[in-house]
Ligand binder design. Structure first.
Ligand code: H79
Length: 691
């Protein structure tokens, strides 16, 4: 009996674990976002004048419109041109696999029949129809998946004040309760919801977890967006219209508007040529899919419910392109190489690679560096074969003149013999140490809230070359990592190791001459950083000042607004290649770059105004540069400290031997055994592995 129960429980766990990430969601790749609400009726115009600042769906705040005046717009909101079936049919023709609809935007006006406010399309407008229900049903009829956007901030809810320009205020308890009730009615009254796209606000971890639990209880398959905050989500969402230049090891999405300036309808938008926009969006779709993400492209219907002809034409154009090239997009996986080619992008599906060659970047040869296996044939999709050759184990294609004048890219399908392998070029450790520098990081996108988003590193991958049949790694760690439980994988063998104990050893360090530290104020999300060039140890550009009064290890505190940052820059000259240890104190977030490469980025929650960490910096002989971005999300003052050249003991920990497979190259991976969340930065940059 006990056995049966255990089996049942085990079966349940397996079934439950398979629900998310939803593989249908992962494979759909391309969906329609719809921003439609009261604001559409205004179309970016108030009192006869265009409102130039902000997005048009946020015209109430950017146009400085009183609540009662804005609410009065509902009296004229009679979208007789709305036809849910034709919108869904358009999405389908456009090649999109789901529709995500604004149930409630920041203005608080519900585009569905809410029980908890009369400020909704059924009770407050002459139209009196639940357009969201119509859309959900139209999706069902046409075999399209249906998702909802839900704004976590609400400018119409009395207990949601204060309301700030940045849309990322905390939620009051009353407002949070109200959101819970509305999410519950959405999740129970509109059939299966494929994804819920929470947006904005800045929730406590408890609030994010509460909403996550509610949705999961009501619709366990529903994918929950990263904008819920606190990394409590099923898929990460980039900032509005942001395209990552890296792949991720987690489900993710870029949401994009037709024009960066607005999501909601804007009557006075300069739209340009249909063909140009179509090509731009096709390239964006390819960029997202080749990095493993989903692309959610928005339309902003007019106040009467009709789709803007320009948007319709562009979508139909993309749909036509996908009819021909969809096999390279749908269910395709990210570029399997560990580099991005200069000529375009790559996806892979089974034993077929798809190469997207941008017309203006067409090279004479395409060298498939890292591919081990055999190319059977390469053909332009819907066109002719290409010349293929092999040279010292490297496969080379010779692209011809573009085949399809109507596509912004040439798409090549490369058929490979089964059992092919793609070896990373950059992860091949050549020395005797595996470190963050010679690893290929596995990335995610972490965001406590909109403004705290950054590329987080959740694992390191390496390739090691040895003909030995087993491997006995030695780990080197510092007190910064002590107590962390990691998973170290070699080929297919996985082991958990706790970083503690071991022997204190003498570590190869280098003498360093430290230059002056310079600082400068800056903005942007935590994860964005400008490139800094320098002349004679002094950074170029506006605003840099020398930190003349900063003592080693001394906490420096100065007033910086919320969501603002300070950059610190320093040059140092090392006597030889070797490590030097520093201690860095920072606020709600920090990003550390050595010689232009990110050593670590991470964030700390509200109230964590000062945190220190010890970092081993691997310097190269001669000049090195250190760039630190210290980010303030919530505090009044920003704290920073820097202590160069501290003593940081290194411990050496022996592990049991790993069996290795046949062959000379072997994979090796490190991650945390119990990360706080799927997107949390693992912070193992001091860890090194000897092999
Ligand atoms: O629904 C859309 C936007 O209305 C919503 N998210 C997408 C999907 C959103 N609300 N707030 N934000 C996104 C944060 C945006 C902040 C900024 Fe800006 C965009 C800062 C600068 C550009 C908004 C526009 C605030 C000033 C101008």
């Amino acid at each position: 009996m006990l056995k049966i129960i255990i089996l049942l429980l085990w079966g349940f766990n397996v079934a439950y674990a398979q629900i998310k990430p939803d593989s249908v969601w992962m494979n759909q790749k391309y969906s329609m976002f719809i921003h439609w609400g009261l604001y559409s009726q205004l179309g970016g115009v108030w009192n006869g004048k265009p409102v130039l600042s902000g997005y048009s769906e946020q015209i109430q705040s950017h146009g400085g419109i009183f609540s009662d005046w804005y609410a009065a717009v509902a009296r004229d909101f009679n979208p007789v041109g709305w036809n849910a079936d034709s919108v869904v049919a358009l999405a389908k023709k456009a090649g999109m696999k789901s529709v995500v609809f604004t149930s409630k935007h920041h203005d608080g006006f519900c585009m569905y029949h809410s029980r908890y406010t009369e400020y909704n399309i059924v009770d407050a407008t002459p139209y009196k129809r639940d357009v969201m229900k119509e859309l959900a049903e139209a999706c069902r009829r046409q075999g399209m998946r249906f998702g909802v956007y839900f704004s976590l901030i609400d400018w119409h809810f009395p207990q949601a004040y204060p309301i700030s320009s940045h849309n990322a205020d905390p939620l009051t308890p009353e407002h949070y309760e109200y959101n819970l009730k509305q999410v519950e009615e959405i999740m129970t009254g509109y059939g299966p919801i494929s994804e819920i796209w929470f947006d904005m606000g800045s929730l406590t971890p408890e609030q994010s977890r509460g909403l996550y639990a509610l949705v999961s209880r009501l619709q366990p398959q529903c994918m929950i967006s990263g904008r819920l905050g606190n990394d409590c989500s099923d898929f990460s969402v980039m900032a509005d219209n942001e395209y990552p230049d890296y792949k991720m090891g987690v489900p993710w999405q870029t949401a994009a508007s037709f024009f960066d300036e607005t999501w909601g309808y804007r009557s006075w938008q300069e739209r340009g040529e249909v063909a140009d926009k179509r090509n731009e969006k096709i390239k964006s779709l390819i960029k997202v899919v080749s990095r493993g993400g989903n692309y959610l492209l928005n339309i902003g219907p007019r106040g009467d419910g009709s789709v803007v002809p320009f948007e319709k034409d562009v979508l139909l154009g993309i749909g036509k392109w996908l009819e021909k090239y969809g096999e390279a997009i749908y269910a395709a996986e990210a570029n399997p190489f560990d580099y991005f080619p200069v000529w375009g992008d790559v996806t892979v599906k089974g034993n077929r690679l798809y190469l997207f060659v941008e017309k203006e970047k067409r090279p004479e040869q395409i060298r498939l560096e890292g591919l081990r296996g055999k190319v059977k044939r390469a053909t332009y999709i819907g066109g002719e074969a290409l010349k293929v050759a092999e040279e010292k184990g490297t496969w080379i294609l010779y692209p011809a003149e573009g085949m399809d004048a109507d596509s912004p890219v040439d798409v090549i399908g490369v058929e490979l013999e089964k059992d092919f392998k793609i070896l990373p070029l950059h992860a091949r450790a050549t020395g005797k140490l595996l470190t963050w520098e010679n690893a290929v990081p596995v990335n995610a996108y972490s965001s406590m809230d909109y403004y705290t988003g950054f590329r987080s590193v959740i694992a390191y991958n390496w390739m090691i070359k040895t003909s030995a049949r087993q491997w006995k790694p030695t780990l080197f760690y510092t007190e910064e990592e002590r107590g962390k439980k990691i998973v170290l994988t070699a080929d297919d063998v996985e082991k958990e190791i706790v970083l503690e104990g071991g022997e204190k050893i003498k570590w190869q360090t280098t003498g360093v001459t430290w230059g002056n530290i310079f600082w400068k104020r800056t903005g942007g999300l935590l994860g964005s950083i400008p490139e800094v060039t320098a002349v004679d140890g002094v950074p170029a550009g506006e605003g840099w000042q020398m930190c003349s009064d900063l003592q080693p290890g001394q906490k420096w505190e100065f007033p910086v607004g919320e969501r603002r940052s300070v950059l610190f820059w320093q040059e140092m000259v090392a006597v030889r290649d070797g490590d030097v240890a520093v201690e860095i104190g920072s606020g709600n977030g920090v990003m550390v770059l050595l010689n232009g490469r990110v050593v670590t980025t991470h964030s700390a929650g509200r109230g964590k105004a000062y945190n220190t960490e010890k970092i081993l910096l691997p310097l190269k002989k001669g000049k090195n540069t250190l760039l630190i971005k210290v980010y303030n999300r919530f505090e009044k003052n920003l704290c920073f400290s820097f202590h160069p050249g501290i003593a940081l003991p290194v411990y050496s920990l022996e592990t049991d031997a790993y069996p290795l497979k046949n062959g000379s190259w072997h994979t090796c991976r490190v991650r945390l055994a119990n990360p706080e969340t799927r997107n949390s930065a693992m912070r193992l940059n001091n860890l090194k592995i000897h092999y």
